[in-house]
Design a protein around this ligand. Structure first.
Ligand SMILES: Cc1cc2nc3c(=O)[nH]c(=O)nc-3n(C[C@H](O)[C@H](O)[C@H](O)COP(=O)(O)O)c2cc1C
Length: 205
């Protein structure tokens, strides 16, 4: 039995493609693994705060030296990290915004990439602390940034998220990109391809 953490980051609701695809992945997955448990977090509709001065002071103070104010500043970070620690599989829905992730997703990243909790510093450099996790990121994009095309170099979403997840210890990361969503003629084809990729991933997992 696995614990799944499902996180949506699009500010859109019914019209969001990334939301519809993460939902489809989770329901397809649960049909194949009915005993698995899902924790859902919607940061697209319930944005989490940016880190601030108290957060930074708290994160870089030893836990036993934190004042109640610093503890309070880290509360949401602790909650989000506890969810990551408790889950075995992560599913993120991520719209591409200006070639990267949305600002709400970046605020989430800043809350969860935390020394002593998700990474540590050793004599050999940084070490990620989230072990034995798998992640799936389903992106939604107006255009196409496919490998081998001239626009591939503008994709700051997948390389950034791969680096970030790797930094906190998550190296088994799959991406499904729903691309060309702005074109009327290409949208349906892209959605069919994304759904097929979801089915394949569930079948081969
Ligand atoms: C602020 C903003 C910036 C965007 N930037 C890009 C971009 O850089 N590249 C791209 O292909 N699409 C871009 N898009 C289109 C979105 O990626 C596309 O609409 C996607 O479906 C959004 O995800 P969602 O449907 O889950 O909300 C942008 C859309 C918005 C609203």
């Amino acid at each position: 039995m696995a614990n799944i953490l499902h996180v949506d980051t699009s500010p859109r609701g019914e019209r969001s493609i990334s939301r519809s695809l993460t939902k489809e992945f989770v329901s397809t997955w649960l049909q194949a693994h009915p005993g698995d448990k899902v924790t859902y977090r919607d940061i697209g509709h319930n944005p989490i705060p940016h880190v601030d001065e108290a957060w930074i002071a708290g994160a870089f103070s030893p836990p036993d030296q934190r004042t109640p104010e610093l503890e309070a500043a880290l509360k949401i970070s602790d909650e989000l990290i506890d969810e990551l620690v408790a889950a075995d599989i992560y599913v993120f829905g991520a719209p591409m915004y200006n070639f990267g992730i949305s600002s709400v997703f970046k605020a989430y990243v800043d809350q969860v990439a935390r020394v002593g909790r998700t990474f540590t510093i050793t004599q050999n450099g940084f070490e990620g602390l989230l072990k034995n996790k798998k992640a799936l990121v389903i992106t939604a994009r107006g255009g196409s940034f496919a490998q081998g095309t001239p626009l591939a170099q503008y994709d700051f979403q997948e390389p950034y998220l791969r680096t970030l997840f790797g930094f906190i210890g998550v190296t088994d990361v799959n991406f499904i990109h729903a691309e060309n969503l702005s074109g009327d003629g290409t949208r349906e084809k892209s959605l069919i391809a994304a759904r097929e990729a979801i089915d394949k991933l569930v079948t081969t997992a």
